[in-house]
Design a binder for this molecule. Structure first.
Ligand code: 16G
Ligand code: ZN
Length: 551
């Protein structure tokens, strides 16, 4: 009773916008910030219900629109593991966001609580961790989220302030594991595991002085700000942060990982003065990372190191550590455990990266676009490495593998302390602590890249040369109804409209090393077209002909 009247009165203060239909989408709700008050309020309710449903575990609520323009904003939920909201609840999120009146909203909630058996009078209160990026609209949206949360009796909101998306996911995961989960704990875990990897670098590894320097484009967002703090805890690495948001630049405008990866040009604040220097770009909420270098003074084009190449670097390193670990040593500690290593990509992965990874003997799998799909697949392995070409990715380790690794490290250290095998075990353990296992994290990814390059003694140039990307082209086609295109096999095949795949195949066959696919975007009203081929002209031409088929 009391609960119902509370919901009715509080939701009356957050009327939904007229004439817009919102959808939870690939990465939560996203729209112009002015439209989102009621949505965020309602997601606050959803987060509280989600917590109650899961024994009052901590749930995350993040307010961000990532790489989108500053006037946009968005909201998404993190589940207790630190991963994305279970897909099973997305339809409920959609329904809540679009309920036309407080009565409708209440009715939906009552129905859902019953269907899902949610203990409204739970033994413990719901707990929600809140975070937001640097967008000016974040503050009032955060207030709306708090109102939503407190319209579920007893629910508690804990405001973490301005954080990166992956920091919030990390904190949710840590809290639910019962370990310390403040921002300081996050920085401490990253910097100490980074130090551990640096201490284990083989003594023969050579690194040129010029390669010590790393320049990072912070997209004028939260990531640059946090990196300024984190870098003070790091030894042996000279990081310069540009576009930290303090020098007047606008969030994501001509800067950031999305811009750099799509346009393949230098972001603002970088110039021909940076030729040859190792550079990196974060996106607006610091869950994406790409590297790049400026090849020559005469060009604003860059040599891009995208998610595929980061994935390859991580895979090479981990494979190397596993093979050291499994070498028959004189230590005679027997290893009866063969960890399963899996690599997950999407159709956007450059074909040259997939070939390279398969030549290394790795198992490569594909899922549809969107972190929730990649992460889920990666979690099926002892070590699952996933990346989207756009720079979002991470490594996930199974609990059983980490347990095995701990005990193996213990055994090895009791035989010969400091053996190569033991070092390999320690490195893998450090990676599992450095990398954010909840979600892709530009800051932890950056530190892992830096440590591995140092370990290998590689310059960014050497890294770029692991393989040569095939030229590619992405286009988008505005359509009336993007749901007319339906895909299968991890978006590599269009099964609808009828006949279109045959037509794409016929076009693709005209080009050496040609590959092309179409898919409906999960975030915009467009059909996306991807094409790659042996030359840039061919990739452009293939993309154009396929786009015409869609129109
Ligand atoms: C979202 C996804 C990203 C994906 C992109 C595709 C998350 C956290 N983010 O940003 O992984 O690459 O959508 O957008 O899942 P699209 O469907 O418009 O091409
Ligand atoms: Zn992002």
């Amino acid at each position: 009773e009391q609960q119902q009247s509370l919901l009715l009165s509080s939701s009356a203060r957050f009327p939904p916008p007229q004439g817009v239909r919102l959808s939870y989408g690939t990465a939560g709700f996203r729209a112009d910030a002015g439209l989102l008050q009621s949505t965020v309020y309602r997601v606050g309710i959803l987060a509280a219900l989600r917590s109650l449903k899961l024994d009052s575990s901590v749930i995350g609520l993040m307010i961000t629109a990532s790489h989108n323009k500053e006037s946009d904003n968005g909201v998404k939920i993190a589940d207790p593991s630190g991963g994305m909201l279970s897909q099973h609840w997305e339809p409920f999120a959609d329904a809540l966001a679009n309920a036309p009146s407080p009565q409708h909203l209440l009715h939906l909630i009552i129905e859902f609580v019953e269907k899902e058996n949610i203990p409204l009078e739970g033994a413990r209160p719901a707990q929600i961790l809140l975070g937001r990026d640097t967008r000016p609209s974040g503050e009032s949206l955060l207030e709306a989220a708090k109102q939503g949360i407190s319209s579920i009796l007893g629910a508690v909101a804990i405001d973490m302030g301005i954080v990166t998306t992956p920091q919030l996911h990390w904190m949710v995961r840590a809290r639910n594991k019962g370990v310390k989960a403040s921002e300081l704990d996050y920085f401490e875990q990253l910097s100490s595991s980074f130090r551990c990897l640096m201490d284990l670098i083989p003594s023969g590894s050579t690194f040129n002085e010029v390669d010590y320097k790393l320049v990072v484009d912070g997209a004028n967002g939260v990531g640059g700000e946090k990196l300024e703090v984190l870098k003070k805890r790091l030894d042996g690495l000279a990081i310069e942060v540009r576009n930290s948001g303090k020098d007047g630049g606008v969030l994501n405008e001509g800067v950031g990982a999305d811009y750099v990866q799509k346009e393949k040009v230098v972001p603002r604040g970088f110039s021909s003065q940076d030729v040859g220097i190792r550079c990196a770009s974060l996106d607006g909420d610091a869950d994406r990372l790409v590297y790049f270098s400026v090849p020559s003074e005469s060009s604003s084009k860059i040599d891009l190191v995208d998610g595929d190449k980061m994935l390859s670097l991580f895979a090479v390193f981990i494979k190397e550590q596993l093979s050291i670990l499994n070498k028959e040593g004189h230590t005679d500690v027997n290893s009866d455990y063969q960890p399963r290593l899996g690599v997950i990509q999407t159709a956007y992965a450059n074909g040259a990266s997939t070939d390279y990874l398969r030549r290394l003997g790795l198992e490569v799998l594909f899922t549809p676009t969107g972190v929730k799909y990649l992460h889920e697949k990666a979690a099926e392995y002892d070590i699952g490495i996933y990346f989207e070409a756009n720079g979002h990715g991470t490594i996930v380790f199974s609990e059983s593998f980490l347990c095995w690794l701990e005990s193996r490290n213990y055994e090895l250290s009791s035989v010969v302390k400091g053996s190569e095998q033991q070092k390999a075990a320690l490195r893998l353990l450090a990676v599992s602590k450095l990398i954010n296992q909840a979600v892709g994290d530009a800051l932890s990814g950056l530190l892992l890249v830096e440590a591995i390059l140092r370990h290998m003694g590689w310059s960014i140039h050497r890294w770029t040369e692991l393989y040569q990307d095939l030229p590619s082209r992405q286009l988008k086609v505005k359509v009336v109804d993007r749901t007319a295109v339906v895909t299968a096999n991890a978006e590599t095949v269009a099964v609808r409209p009828p006949g279109i795949q045959e037509a794409i195949n016929a076009e693709t066959a005209k080009y050496p090393q040609g590959r092309s696919f179409i898919r409906p975007s999960g975030t915009e009203d467009v059909i996306r077209v991807y094409a790659e081929a042996s030359t840039q002209e061919a990739a452009d031409s293939l993309a154009n002909s396929v786009a015409k088929l869609v129109d």
